[in-house]
Design a protein around this ligand. Structure first.
Ligand SMILES: *[C@@H]1O[C@H](CO)[C@@H](O)[C@H](O)[C@H]1NC(C)=O
Ligand SMILES: *[C@@H]1O[C@H](CO)[C@@H](O)[C@H](O)[C@H]1NC(C)=O
Ligand SMILES: *[C@@H]1O[C@H](CO)[C@@H](O)[C@H](O)[C@H]1NC(C)=O
Ligand SMILES: *[C@@H]1O[C@H](CO)[C@@H](O)[C@H](O)[C@H]1NC(C)=O
Ligand SMILES: *[C@@H]1O[C@H](CO)[C@@H](O)[C@H](O)[C@H]1NC(C)=O
Length: 732
């Protein structure tokens, strides 16, 4: 019991942390200088190796190779021998999953041969030849004695991944300092991964991870980047695996091109027949509109937003978040729930949306699989005025709210309270509560036997509904004069968790504790048998994707499934001063059971483990045993509810009358059974995962470090990098 309490608290911290996590991409990317290959004379063997088989330039799924670089122990309090291992394997598992996901989304003409990264002449070279009449003009004449190799966001790039470098005499052939490394085979993007407690993590405790792009190819497509995971989040198990995967996806998309510093390098390939033919740098990627809103103006993204808002034909830019001189995120008022907004809101509430994918198409570097996009519900079909600071408070859209009441988050997975945050700029929406707002988490539900007056059910298929339902079967309601019962005074509609089941796209049924499934027409308010009050069926929010209708073929929790049981509790009143011994209680239990069986008009086989306490609370579990003939346990449960409500049970035992004072029905799944099952399979997966990761890293490191053997002839990088004259190089 203690243990589960602690788990819950940790979970809370994690969600809080996640909810407050701002992305730091711009600041991070600014600290990294972007290198691109600087050879203006492509080395001869490069040319030949890149002219191979016809069709080799057709786009293929993007191959992201990860390289985990162990952090030096000195870098802080993190102990790589202790928790570090779990941090490392969690990070690597997340990176692999994110990279695999992107393989189905982005494609590029594959890099031919091994991927080799460039060295920065401004780093290794102290001086170059300055006389244009000498053959080695502009080549390195003097090495920088302090050159420590290349790094990317604090990660030292292994020599094996880098081109070599050489020193040039005034005339004649170069003197090799370091040959080309073997490079990395079958790779289009090299991602360095680091788990550390960096000063950035220390300064901003809510940061989960940050990333930057470090090298570009000759057409400016990102070739390499680094992602740094803040050790305190990745080792604490406060974030779920899917949260880390989603945060990784966000960072990876920054490094692959969704970045204020890379927008201006995007290419226009519209005149060419396919990806990367006849491309030129885009004339315009961003502009500010007349109200000062920063927009991404590229055609595919604009079209995708117009389609999303239901205003096709209107040419819109996609609003970007205001983040200083640069901006690397979508405006959250408009694109709440997109993976590329600035505040991470948990994996369950985040989508790899069509507008983000459209933007990747517009970069000119990638072919995009648009069918991999996940539907973005926020603002769908809401028109041109949606998400403006001037309209969000007018009640014109039910995606926004006013005041500070309780309701449902727009995805209906969570209960929410009406509130704002810095990126919403005064607009308000129902944001998940600080704790236990998730309807889809079983562990948020009521412990067995607890009062549940509103009949809530927490379950993976439960959703948040605006309702003011109150059970008609509460203790102490014997007099049944609704006007005298305090909780029946006009109750406000607030968010509550109930089971749902999609019937077709856009239509669904709901179930409240102890009720049958009731059809819930979108936009209508319905009544639930056994309850006072109303339940509002949201329009356009539930069962919108096909994923929802799948639930029908394998119902989430229909009342007849075997993993369910009902617990029926009856509170009895006996004659005053009556007390029963153990044997008498057994006999009374049997008598009550007989009475229940005859009331329900069924067989004994539905009832299991009856018992009664000394203060006369009778409990029995109801489940339809195999071979049991008759109605489903759900129908029986319903029948008993109604009959006990109409007429209390009366048992005459040993000359005294015992009467039911209240009835309580709990719907639960078979806890003990399913929990053990779950525990086992998780343990098993985890072991597998760690094993796979360790093997994966070892194999990879082997390839990267053991092959610094003889290499291809060295090719001189000319010092005409795109960065122009750099401090540190002078002409002699
Ligand atoms: C495109 O995405 C869909 C949906 O994720 C996937 O089923 C399909 O295999 C992907 N196509 C390619 C070529 O990766
Ligand atoms: C590329 O553009 C030029 C000039 O616009 C055109 O002549 C050429 O045919 C184009 N090539 C391809 C492959 O589309
Ligand atoms: C949950 O949050 C409420 C306020 O929002 C607070 O009163 C309550 O103590 C919290 N419960 C836990 C278990 O943290
Ligand atoms: C539930 O809410 C509706 C609409 O606000 C109201 O008319 C009704 O009286 C409420 N019922 C209860 C039982 O509170
Ligand atoms: C028990 O209840 C029945 C029906 O209400 C009544 O006829 C009978 O007298 C009661 N017996 C006792 C001992 O109270």
């Amino acid at each position: 019991m203690e243990d589960t309490g602690r788990k819950k608290l940790l979970l809370l911290l994690l969600l809080l942390g996640a909810a407050a996590s701002r992305c730091l991409h711009d600041e991070t990317q600014k600290s990294v200088s972007l290198l691109r290959p600087s050879f203006s004379l492509p080395p001869s063997n490069f040319r030949s190796s890149s002219l191979i088989l016809p069709g080799s330039h057709d786009p293929q799924p993007l191959r992201i190779q990860t390289c985990y670089i162990k952090d030096p122990v000195s870098d802080g309090a993190w102990d790589p021998e202790g928790d570090g291992m779990s941090g490392e394997s969690r990070a690597l598992a997340a990176v692999r999953e994110a990279a695999q996901r992107l393989q189905g989304v982005l494609a590029v003409p594959p890099v031919q041969g091994p991927l080799l990264l460039s060295r920065d002449p401004a780093q290794y070279c102290h001086a170059i030849w300055g006389d244009p009449d000498t053959p080695n003009y502009h080549r390195c004449s003097l090495l920088n004695p302090g050159y420590k190799g290349e790094s990317c966001l604090g990660v030292k790039i292994p020599d094996a991944h880098l081109r070599g470098y050489a020193l040039w005499p005034e005339q004649g052939p170069p003197q090799l300092v370091q040959p080309d490394g073997p490079g990395v085979q079958n790779t289009d993007f090299l991602l360095y991964v680091r788990v550390a407690h960096t000063s950035k993590c220390h300064r901003e405790p809510s940061i989960i991870a940050y990333a930057a792009c470090c090298q570009l190819d000759s057409e400016d497509r990102p070739l390499a980047g680094t992602i740094v995971y803040c050790a305190q989040h990745i080792t604490s198990f406060s974030l779920s695996h899917s949260d880390i995967v989603m945060a990784t996806l966000h960072e990876l998309l920054h490094a692959l091109g969704f970045s204020g510093q890379l927008f201006k390098k995007w290419r226009d390939c519209s005149s060419g027949p396919s990806v990367r033919e006849n491309c030129s740098t885009r004339q315009q990627v961003m502009r500010r509109d007349e109200w000062g809103q920063l927009l991404l103006t590229t055609p595919t993204a604009s079209h995708s937003l117009a389609k999303h808002l239901g205003v096709l034909g209107v040419s819109l830019g996609v609003p970007l978040e205001e983040e200083g001189p640069l901006s690397s995120h979508w405006e959250a008022r408009l694109l709440q729930g997109s993976v590329m907004t600035a505040i991470f809101d948990g994996a369950q509430r985040t989508r790899l949306d069509p507008i983000t994918l459209a933007a990747f198409k517009d970069s000119g570097w990638y072919q995009v699989n648009h069918s991999a996009a996940e539907e973005l519900l926020w603002g769908q079909g809401s028109g041109l005025d949606f998400g403006l600071v001037t309209t969000c408070g007018t009640g014109s859209s039910d995606f926004f709210c006013t005041g500070s009441g309780l309701g449902c988050h727009y995805l209906h997975l969570d209960k929410g309270s009406c509130s704002s945050d810095p990126v919403l700029e005064g607009c308000r929406m129902y944001k998940p509560l600080a704790n236990q707002s998730e309807c889809w988490k079983k562990e948020n539900g009521f412990p067995p036997g607890a009062e549940n007056p509103h009949g809530e059910i927490y379950h993976s298929q439960s959703r948040c509904f605006l309702a003011n339902l109150t059970s008609q079967l509460l203790p102490g309601d014997k007099d049944r004069h609704p006007s005298h019962i305090p909780h029946l005074r006009e109750a406000e509609l607030t968010g509550h968790c109930y089971l749902h089941q999609c019937t077709e796209r856009g239509t669904y049924k709901v179930q409240v504790e102890g009720s049958p499934w009731v059809s819930c027409p979108p936009g209508k308010a319905i009544q639930i048998p056994g309850y006072y009050g109303l339940l509002i069926c949201p329009r356009g929010r539930l069962c919108q994707t096909n994923e929802g209708t799948d639930a029908v073929t394998s119902p989430p929790m229909s009342l007849s499934t075997q993993d369910l049981f009902f617990r029926l509790s009856l509170g009895l009143a006996g004659p005053p001063g009556h007390s029963l011994g153990e044997e008498e209680r057994e006999e009374l239990t049997e008598a009550i059971l007989q009475a229940l069986v005859s009331r329900g008009g069924t067989d004994r086989c539905y009832f299991h483990s009856p018992s009664i306490t000394t203060n006369l609370v009778f409990t029995v579990h109801m489940r339809k045993s195999p071979g049991c003939l008759g109605p489903s346990v759900g129908m029986l449960h319903r029948a008993l509810t109604l009959t006990l409500q109409k007429k209390p049970l009366q048992i005459y035992y040993r000359g005294a009358n015992f009467t039911t004072e209240y009835t309580k029905l709990l719907v639960t799944s078979d806890h003990n059974h399913s929990m053990t099952h779950l525990g086992l399979s998780i343990g098993f997966c985890l072991t597998l995962l760690i094993l796979v990761c360790t093997l994966g890293t070892m194999a990879y490191q082997k390839r990267a470090t053991l092959q610094v053997g003889p290499s291809a002839p060295y090719h001189s990088p000319e010092l005409q990098s795109t960065r122009g004259p750099v401090g540190g190089i002078r002409e002699v």
